[in-house]
Design a protein around this ligand. Structure first.
Ligand SMILES: C[C@@](CO)(OP(=O)(O)O)[C@H](O)COP(=O)(O)OP(=O)(O)OC[C@H]1O[C@@H](n2ccc(N)nc2=O)[C@H](O)[C@@H]1O
Ligand SMILES: Nc1ncnc2c1ncn2[C@@H]1O[C@H](COP(=O)(O)OP(=O)(O)O)[C@@H](O)[C@H]1O
Length: 291
């Protein structure tokens, strides 16, 4: 088989409720509506005898050492579960911001598993693929087939695809890397502790943009407050988005620092992105759609 290629889109948590901290592994139990943006990293695989990785692109440096890259980690986890697994040389074009709450590394890992599954003629639902995704990171399972769904547990429970209207949006990362673990830690929950915030709204398939916005508006990202203590600049990014004409909702994604806003239409989103870029030329600002 010759060159295989796939996109690794940014993951956006349209909502993220923390239900508590699990006994046992101490991971936080979540309920999150996850969607994906058009903006993406790109991953290629040239099948061959050696497992290898080359990373290029504007955020190749911040993604860290090659050997620790989540693409290689995912490949190694899958190899542990598939006898004689075929692999090869990966080429990653990295352009998503790193440690940004948009699961760039998780999406890259999931993309690697998609390409390896294709090469080895494994369905994405194969137990070895699922196990490799879970072993690589909490956000990897939801990125395996990147379409809008509910994610529960610590990320291992994935709901059915939700056929939702695609939402015109702007993504803003204020340039500060934010690691995930310290944000969860700043919530300050004891192992076994449960939270009793308002229940997550039920998200049905087939919602149009107005109904979807109405459904998610009362929901929350419970990591926003702790992330603001770690990186106060997130508040500035949210305020700037909320000040733009046509902004319907602005919220943080994941553990930050990327924030997103939903706009009335693509024109309003593009105008807002232009205005924010002019004010903050060093921030990462993308007008996109979420689905
Ligand atoms: C918060 C979320 C929301 O989608 O996204 P990001 O902000 O990373 O994009 C995810 O739950 C992140 O998933 P991921 O980034 O894959 O997490 P992992 O590498 O598995 O875990 C990093 C650390 O975060 C904490 N962690 C992660 C997930 C979870 N449900 N509970 C946790 O407590 C643990 O301390 C863990 O050691
Ligand atoms: N392919 C990759 N892309 C980005 N980060 C990677 C990758 N492989 C490993 N990492 C490491 O994983 C950490 C989390 O990265 P990332 O997935 O971008 O975070 P987030 O989920 O918060 O957006 C980074 O600190 C980085 O060192």
């Amino acid at each position: 088989m010759s060159l295989l290629t796939t996109r690794a889109p940014a993951k956006i948590n349209l909502t993220l409720h923390v239900l508590g901290r699990r006994p046992g592994d101490g991971y936080h139990a979540l309920e999150s509506l996850v969607a994906f943006a058009e903006v993406a990293d790109m991953l290629e695989l040239v099948p061959g005898p050696d497992l290898a990785l080359e990373v290029s692109g504007p955020t190749a440096g911040p993604a860290g050492p090659l050997d620790d890259n989540l693409v290689l980690r995912a490949a190694r986890h899958l190899a542990a579960g598939v006898d004689g697994m075929r692999h090869g040389a990966f080429r990653l074009h990295k352009q998503l911001p790193v440690a940004a709450g948009i699961g760039g590394g998780s999406s890259d890992a999931a993309a690697a598993l998609r390409l390896l599954a294709e090469l080895n003629r494994l369905p994405l639902g194969h137990p070895a693929v699922i196990a490799a995704a879970r072993a690589t990171g909490a956000d990897v399972p939801v990125c395996l087939d990147p379409r809008a769904r509910m994610m529960r547990g610590a990320g291992e429970e994935i709901g059915p695809v939700l056929d939702l209207a695609s939402l015109p949006a702007v993504l803003v990362n204020p340039g500060v890397p934010v690691a995930t673990a310290p944000v969860f830690k700043a919530l300050g929950l004891a192992v076994g502790q449960r939270l009793d915030g308002a229940a997550h709204p039920v998200i049905g398939s087939g919602l149009d943009a107005t109904s979807l916005l109405g459904a998610i508006a009362p929901a929350r990202n419970d990591l926003e407050a702790p992330a603001l203590t770690v990186a106060p600049v997130i508040g500035e990014a949210l305020a700037l988005l909320r000040a733009q004409g046509g902004c319907r909702l602005a919220r943080m994604s994941g553990s930050g620092a990327t924030v997103f806003a939903i706009f009335a239409d693509d024109g309003a989103a593009e105008a807002a992105a232009g205005a924010i870029r002019a004010l903050q030329p060093n921030w990462w600002v993308e007008s996109t759609r979420l689905a």
